[in-house]
Design a binder for this molecule. Structure first.
Ligand code: UGA
Length: 448
């Protein structure tokens, strides 16, 4: 029995896919004491990881990888067969990109299932870590059974709730761990796997596979709804003269509402909320149900990103033609180099269309930004100071810490031709900017 195998032994697991989720999860499992092999088809990526070159920017991840590789708990390979041999748990953490019709493309997940059918040992638990639509667990079960009818294996769903930028902390100190499986054998193995966390009083919630799969989408869509909601309230604040920061605090202190994800901004981005809300809407349509709330959140957020360009133009006196704008922060949020669905990708082309000259800077995401934004029309800078020099206005799109201090405010006053600051993240109190004579436009608050 699988759970007898793990008793008293260090457990071996394999993680297929060294993207964001796979790499962070694999590394953190090693940190919890498990014997982890991470697999990827991308030879260069594996070669880099072997030399501690980490393909993504995630604070602390390089240090943790090095530590666990040196302790021989973590290794990387392109050889799936070797990786899964002797593994009690195999995580599928490959990409599920948008399929172009609002759903998730499961090609990689299905391919891995086929490969696993020919390679895993009896009694292995095959677990989806990737965000996958309801019913994917069933599909994996049937693909593997069809390919290898004699194999005895179990399927489970174990979605992750990691935020980019603080993924390690989120993995090692989660609010909860969610495990969906119908097989008692798989449940015991997963309980053993997460014992280092449950011993630290982390809740491990057990459900069936479908519930776990859907919970992930529901959680992301709910958080996205909170953001969409507060952003619309921020617009009403702007129109009416109320203050969103005070409102948000007053609302969030109610335990039934909660203070998190009530921070207004330029619209949510990233690889998860936009993709997962679309996928949930598609899923509900497929089941002949209509996710009206999720649908409204998607539309509201899409409109918001474009509306931010108009807000910037208004702050510049209604016209940006020929004006030099310092665009500070391009990533979809701070502490990541991820540009996917970032508000900047929507705002900047609108500003260019209106004749603005863009001077862009991001502390981490420059390379990724260059791949997604119109290269020629943008002047790329190595520092905020350079981007600000001689500009007509500055715009903060991402809440990087370096844009939130007095040194930065001094640069805004001394380096811009006209000290206009559009802050789409509300990094400053009115007091701080007023003292310096900056014309300050933020979200859901009166301009200064
Ligand atoms: C999100 C979820 O928070 C994670 O729990 C989940 O595991 C992950 O997606 C995923 O599915 O993999 P992430 O996309 O890394 O994590 O980023 P968040 O920190 O949640 O932020 C998402 C977007 O919402 C960002 O654009 C951020 O700027 C925006 N946001 C967030 C706000 O505008 N206001 C807030 O109050 C919070």
């Amino acid at each position: 029995m699988a759970h007898e195998r793990i008793k008293g032994l260090s457990m071996k697991i394999a993680v297929i896919g060294t993207g964001y989720v796979g790499l962070v999860s694999g590394t953190c499992f090693a940190e919890l004491g498990l014997d982890v092999v991470c697999v990827d088809k991308d030879k260069q990526k594996i070669k880099d990881l072997d030399h501690n070159i980490v393909p993504i920017f995630e604070p602390g991840l390089d240090v943790l990888i090095k530590k666990n590789v040196e302790a021989s708990r973590l290794s990387f390979t392109t050889d799936l067969k070797h990786a899964v041999s002797g593994a009690e748990v195999v995580f599928i953490a490959v990409g599920t990109p948008p399929d172009g019709h609002g759903g998730a493309d499961l090609t990689y997940v299905h391919n891995v299932a086929r490969e696993l059918a020919a390679t895993i040992d009896d009694e292995t638990v095959v677990v989806t870590k990737s965000t996958v639509p309801v019913g994917t667990g069933e599909q994996i079960q049937s693909i593997i059974s069809k390919e290898n009818p004699k194999l005895k294996f179990y399927v489970a769903s174990n979605p992750e709730f990691l935020r980019e930028g603080c993924a390690i902390e989120d993995f090692l100190k989660p609010d909860r761990v969610l495990v969906g499986t119908e097989a008692s054998e798989a449940r015991s193995v997963m309980e053993a796997l997460y014992r280092p966390l449950s011993d630290r009083n982390v809740f491990v919630i057990h459900t069936d596979i479908k519930t776990a799969e859907l919970t992930k989408y529901a959680a992301n869509a709910y958080l996205a709804t909170k953001i969409g909601f507060i952003n619309e309230i921020a617009d009403i604040c702007e129109a009416s003269g109320a203050n969103i920061e005070d409102l948000s605090r007053a609302m969030g202190i109610d335990h039934r509402i909660g203070a998190n994800y009530l921070k207004p901004g330029p619209g949510f981005g990233g690889s998860c909320f936009p993709k997962d809300t679309l996928a949930l809407r598609k899923m509900s349509d497929d089941y002949n149900r209509h996710a009206n709330i999720v649908d409204a959140v998607i539309r509201s957020n899409d409109q918001r990103k474009i509306a931010m360009a108009s807000k910037i133009i208004q702050a510049c006196g209604g016209d940006v033609k020929g004006k030099n704008l310092a665009i500070l922060g391009l990533a979809f949020k701070a502490n990541t180099d991820d540009m996917r669905e970032s508000a900047s990708v929507y705002i900047i082309p609108e500003l260019i269309k209106n004749g603005a000259k863009i001077n862009a800077y991001d502390p981490q995401a420059m390379q990724q930004a260059k791949a997604l934004l119109p290269q020629k029309e943008i002047i790329w800078h190595d520092s905020a100071k350079d981007a600000l020099k001689g500009g007509d206005a500055a715009v903060i799109i991402t809440e990087w810490e370096e844009f939130a201090d007095n040194g930065f405010l001094n640069d805004v006053t001394t380096l811009l031709k006209t000290p206009i600051l559009v802050d789409l993240r509300n990094l400053y109190t009115h007091d701080r900017v007023q003292r310096r004579g900056i014309a300050y436009h933020s979200i859901g608050r009166k301009p200064v």
